[in-house]
Design a protein around this ligand. Structure first.
Ligand code: IDP
Ligand code: MG
Length: 137
């Protein structure tokens, strides 16, 4: 069964919508195979988002991701990676379709509620960044 990595970002954790976002996953065929709440260090956030290090928004993104705790989860199901991306909606919440997580819970492109892996290869790398295989079930 396919697996992907989800992060509920600091804005959504602070708003108290962890449960509402988990419900989106579980109501749409994505099982939570592992999950934990944690505070990212600056080094961890930089390493996690290393693919974006040349982008103009990189420093703001890292500052935001360490501004409070996040919830990282492994989601499992058929087409889990793409299904999670569809549930998330567009990167910019103003462009996200009605009923998506970002349309419903995010304020702007900086604070956009959730992260989801964007390919199966990245999903494997991102899952391994946070979880040992023995802790995924
Ligand atoms: P994604 O989260 O939808 O996969 P990416 O392009 O991978 O979008 O960008 C990673 C994160 O960087 C976004 O979720 C958003 O928080 C931030 N970001 C992306 N583009 C911009 C931008 O143009 N300005 C500010 N932040 C951005
Ligand atoms: Mg991305």
């Amino acid at each position: 069964m396919e697996q992907t990595l989800s992060i509920i970002k600091p804005d959504a954790v602070a708003k108290g919508v962890i449960g509402k976002i988990f419900d989106r996953f579980e109501s749409n065929g994505l099982r939570i195979a592992a999950t934990k709440k944690l505070q990212l260090s600056r080094i961890e956030a930089k390493n996690f988002y290393a693919v974006h290090k040349e982008r103009p928004f990189f420093n703001d993104l890292v500052d935001f991701m360490i501004s409070g705790p996040v919830v990282v989860s492994v989601l499992e199901g058929e087409n889990a990676m793409q299904k999670n991306r569809d549930l998330m909606g567009a990167t910019n919440p103003k462009e996200a379709k009605a009923g998506t997580i970002r349309a419903d819970f995010a304020e702007n492109i900086d604070a956009n509620a959730v992260h989801g892996s964007d390919s199966l290869e990245n999903a494997d790398t991102e899952i391994a960044f946070f979880f040992a295989s023995k802790d995924i079930s």
